[in-house]
Design a protein around this ligand. Structure first.
Ligand SMILES: Cc1cc2nc3c(=O)[nH]c(=O)nc-3n(C[C@H](O)[C@H](O)[C@H](O)COP(=O)(O)OP(=O)(O)OC[C@H]3O[C@@H](n4cnc5c(N)ncnc54)[C@H](O)[C@@H]3O)c2cc1C
Length: 545
């Protein structure tokens, strides 16, 4: 008998799960509340301009490559990829800049220009983080062979090396004395919506992986990835129902049996939630059925920052790299405003994507798109966006102009703003926290909502709100974990039919569960091999005004 899965949400996590389950013969339906696919990885199209709504950095393509391979295709066949060099420019408010490049001697020269004693630290940093990976890999591979006891002992021995209670910034002091140089290797914690002064040192690996494996731009933007995934899913027979919000998950006792949408009821053997975790809990699963993730408990959790966005369609071109990160002069204060004071900074850091320098297809001939993102507090009583929206838009506009961008009003042909309040209400993201639950140690590993949702039966989670966390590669990995659990639980073999007596291995106690999950998370984060580069184009600066 063909088993049926119903997926709530056509974000990258939902689409990846649909591909993996349909490739194993399951009947899969995705129900999406918006009229477009992609979720936060969708696009904005207007007046001939095309912007990514959310993600613009694509790292570690290998996971998505493997998902496409499971569907009998390849990433290269579906999307053209460009490896960026420089990966990005960092412009420091305190003075100086770095064009971060995987060309090691060139990068050393730039570090030396900022802080001569720090230049040798670059290769030491790369070597230590490479060794971190190498020492972990055998254990991580063993875990998948089921040598759990041995692996547990090994992993526990490695925990001190991971320095779990040190922040990325503190860890980096071993390599770099200059605050600006350290920032170049720890601002990546913002990919998780966290301050590098809080983010666990484990995540030093993020900047290492950029230098080792590359920062990519998919032609057409990151939304080209979700568009390709939807195409591949449909080829496998997945039904994608757009513009159909799920209003409730249907339960028989504690077990999910389908969903009720604005159009009617859909029955299923299993339900996968790709919608924002905390919001979906509030809206779709009755509070009395939840034990660990009640509304009261959700309210007490820590959430990531939000983002204030501007999408600008501009006449003319900019002689700037693809990505530029502008760091506030007082970066520590800017982060405290976001995470502690929940106030708006007068001098915020911001990021600008000038995608047309790599991909002119995103704007009409002779025009550019600028995507501007400023990290800000998630929704909080201290900030009323109804009042602040226009003021903050003007402030950010001035910041951009101060940074040297010519934004003469005559050149700006299109403008759209998204505030945390919009993420909250229009995109249904709890507190507008764009990167989900914070990735603090007390909300990671087994302390994050589980892929096989623990409070009810027959429900699985996928996306940034579950293991391993936010960011495209790990979201794709969450799809792989959750799909495998679901297939095992339903006893589905490769033909999609039932196999008798297939059950997930029992978990024997909290300690082994914790370690097993730690292994899983760490392996998913770190067990990465160089991705094939489909097409490399060097960055060619151009100025057409
Ligand atoms: C501004 C921004 C920048 C980012 N930059 C990067 C980056 O550069 N690189 C990177 O790797 N990651 C980045 N991320 C993080 C992450 O990769 C994306 O947010 C990603 O899209 C999250 O995917 P997801 O599968 O968790 O869910 P989502 O993309 O949020 O998809 C969930 C889907 O569920 C749907 N849904 C919600 N409720 C319902 C309902 N009741 N019924 C039916 N459907 C529903 C939603 O409409 C949505 O389509 C960024 C995120 C943001 C917001």
């Amino acid at each position: 008998m063909i088993k049926q899965a119903l997926i709530i949400g056509a974000g990258p996590g939902g689409l990846a799960s649909a591909i993996l389950l349909a490739a194993r013969g399951m009947k899969v339906t995705i129900v999406e509340r918006l009229p477009i696919i992609g979720g936060r990885t969708s696009r904005i199209e207007a007046n001939g301009y095309q912007f990514d709504l959310g993600p613009t950095f694509f790292l570690y393509p290998r996971v998505l490559e493997e998902i496409f391979q499971a569907a009998g295709t390849s990433l290269g066949a579906e999307v053209e990829m460009v490896r960026l060099d420089p990966q990005y420019r960092i412009q420091f408010g305190a003075g100086g800049q770095l064009d971060c490049t995987p060309d090691l001697p060139a990068m050393e020269r730039q570090i030396a220009a900022l802080s001569p004693p720090d230049a040798p630290g670059f290769r030491r940093f790369l070597a230590e983080n490479r060794a971190k990976l190498a020492r972990m890999e055998p254990c991580l591979e063993s875990a998948f062979l089921g040598w759990q006891d041995l692996v547990q002992a090994r992993l526990l021995k490695m925990l001190p090396m991971l320095r779990p209670h040190q922040s990325v910034d503190t860890y980096l002091k071993r390599f770099f004395a200059d605050d600006r140089v350290r920032l170049a290797f720890c601002f990546q914690s913002k990919y998780l919506g966290m301050s590098p002064f809080r983010c666990p040192s484990l995540f030093s690996i993020l900047s290492f992986l950029e230098y080792e494996y590359g920062v990519f731009h998919p032609i057409g933007g990151c939304s080209a990835l979700t568009a390709a995934m939807a195409r591949v899913a449909k080829r496998l027979g997945v039904e994608i129902r757009l513009d159909e919000p799920v209003e409730q998950i249907l339960f028989a006792g504690n077990r999910a049996v389908g969903v009720r949408t604005t159009q009617g009821a859909h029955r299923a053997d299993a339900v996968i939630i790709n919608a924002d975790f905390a919001r979906a809990m509030e809206r779709l699963v009755p509070d009395h059925l939840r034990r660990r993730w009640t509304n009261r408990k959700l309210a007490k959790k820590k959430y990531s920052c939000s983002t204030f966005m501007m999408y600008l369609g501009i006449e003319g071109k900019f002689d700037l790299p693809h990505h530029t990160i502008h760091i506030a002069e007082d970066y520590a204060k800017n982060l405290e405003d976001i995470e502690d004071r929940h106030a708006l900074s007068d001098d915020p850091s911001f990021y600008v994507q000038n995608a047309c320098v790599t991909d002119p297809s995103l704007a009409p001939r002779g025009h550019s798109t600028l995507y501007v993102l400023a990290p800000v507090t998630h929704q909080h009583a201290n900030v009323d966006w109804a009042k602040e929206r226009a003021r903050y838009r003007d402030l950010l506009f001035n910041q951009i102009k101060k940074a040297g961008y010519d934004l003469d009003p005559g050149r700006v042909h299109y403008e759209r703003v998204i505030s945390p309040a919009d993420w909250d209400t229009h995109y249904e993201i709890y507190r507008g926290a764009t990167f989900n639950l914070a990735h603090s140690l007390d909300q990671m590993l087994h302390l994050r909502p589980h892929n096989r949702f623990e409070d009810v039966e027959g429900v699985y989670l996928v996306g940034g709100g579950t293991h391993p966390g936010s960011g495209l590669p790990v979201i794709f990995e969450s799809a792989r974990i959750s799909s495998n659990l679901l297939l095992k639980d339903l006893g589905v073999n490769s033909e999609g039919s039932e196999t008798p007596q297939r059950k997930d291995a029992p978990v024997t106690g909290r300690a082994s569960k914790t370690v097993a999950e730690a292994i899983g998370v760490v392996s998913r984060l770190f067990h990465l091999k160089p991705a094939p580069i489909v097409n490399e184009r060097a960055h060619e600066p151009r100025l057409i005004r």
